[in-house]
Write a protein that binds this ligand. Structure first.
Ligand code: PMP
Ligand code: GLN
Length: 378
């Protein structure tokens, strides 16, 4: 049979984590914490599993959690999402992204994607016959060139995908960026898909500019979130999507047939845990300390970097160390030095190679110290 995605192999995350395991390397590649979630959250899970919440949840997710999440969003971003119609719990942000794209993108539609980009956007667009229109942001600042965006918008543009805080660069969009976007889509039918899985991981007292803060953007936007990131439980694969009713109605038509609903007891547990807002508002400080520790440990190395503004990733240039391609260097680092990272070119347009690696700092102090020892000898 012919492949629908002939150009695709296995994701870089699968590849790198597998190699890290085989070579017993310290794994700063795939983004996941190497420490346990809060025991209070785990107790809530035990409670939920023992309280007869083990059958199907409602299609959109349990109502109490939808209420809690809409309340949280409306409080943080001044939005007006309604738990009855505007939110659906999903199997991680990945399923939310896939579902939003599949509900709207059809043959010949164009979808603007900013590169470097997280890897799940383009395959979904292509599977439904759409065309990713790629706009490269340039290292090391990774600013969006809004004039280029204006030039690339056409009558075929169905969707624009944005991601802030941004994986892999760690950059965050500023108010002026969202205002520019708002200006560009005014009077069009373009849908925005805003991937905000790192909403709580924003550093140095900066602010997360959710599209939910901008009513004229929110009215045309899907926003995707992930509990994996917020509660150190990437293996639970639970997230959610919000959008105005008309968009969510179409989203749910797909959702009901590709999963129907997601894990019920975990939703009960998360709802209980979310009642204490410190459980998510304290996250920025927690991860900023990890970023600062990692950067102070490698400050005298031959890597060059500017501190990540958000996410739990730090990118750095190794131009002072070697001329090797980033994919080659990353492989050699695993095999010869015992450190796994992600070569940033895999996320770039035409695999543009800027000699950058991505390091995940969602790790215990001892892991970061052991990684820094290797980095400082490069
Ligand atoms: N978007 C971005 C930018 C990500 O980094 C990730 C990775 N984890 C996801 C979406 C997917 O999130 P989830 O694990 O909840 O599916
Ligand atoms: N989001 C994670 C990262 O960027 C990986 C998730 C995955 O393995 N698909 O590292």
């Amino acid at each position: 049979p012919t492949s629908k995605l002939p150009h695709l192999g296995t994701t870089i995350f699968t590849k790198m984590s597998k190699l890290a395991h085989e070579h017993k390397a310290i794994n700063l590649s795939q983004g996941f914490p190497d420490f346990s979630p809060d025991p209070i959250l785990l107790e809530e899970v035990t409670r939920a599993i023992h309280s007869a919440k083990n059958q199907y949840a409602p299609l959109q997710g349990i109502f109490s959690l939808r209420q809690t999440l809409c309340y949280k969003l409306n409080k943080l971003y001044g939005s007006n999402y309604q738990p009855e119609t505007d939110i659906t719990l999903t199997a991680g942000a990945t399923q939310a992204i896939f579902t939003a794209i599949s509900a709207f993108v059809k043959a010949e539609d164009e979808v603007i994607v900013f590169k470097p980009a997280y890897d799940c956007y383009e395959p979904a667009i292509e599977l439904y016959g759409g065309k990713p229109v790629l706009i490269q942001m340039q290292a090391p600042n990774y600013q969006i060139d809004w004039e280029e965006v204006a030039a690339k918008i056409s009558s075929k543009t169905k969707m624009i995908i944005i991601n802030s805080p941004h994986n892999p660069s760690g950059k965050i969009l500023q108010q002026k960026d969202l205002e520019k976007l708002q200006q560009l889509v005014k009077g069009t039918n373009i849908i925005i898909l805003s991937d905000e899985v790192y909403e709580h991981l924003v550093y140095d007292n900066q602010k997360h500019f959710s599209v939910a803060r901008f009513p004229q953007l929110a009215e045309r936007s899907f926003i995707t979130y992930s509990f994996g990131k917020t509660f150190h439980v990437t293996g639970w694969k639970l997230g959610y999507c919000v959008a105005p009713k008309e968009l969510m109605t179409e989203f749910n038509k797909v959702h009901q047939y590709n999963v129907f609903c997601v894990n019920h007891p975990m939703q009960v547990a998360i709802n209980a845990y979310l009642q204490n807002e410190q459980h998510y508002l304290g996250l920025a400080e927690f991860y900023q300390q990890k970023r600062d520790l990692f950067l102070s440990l490698i400050k005298d190395s031959r890597l060059t970097f500017t501190p990540s503004q958000g996410t739990y990733f730090q990118t750095a240039s190794y131009k002072n160390i070697t001329q090797e391609k980033d994919t080659d260097f990353a492989l050699r680092l695993i095999k010869e030095k015992g450190l796994a990272t992600i070569p940033v070119s895999v996320f770039n347009k035409n695999q543009q190679d800027d000699s950058m690696l991505r390091f995940c700092f969602a790790k215990k102090e001892e892991t970061l110290k052991a990684a820094a020892e290797i980095i400082n000898k490069l």
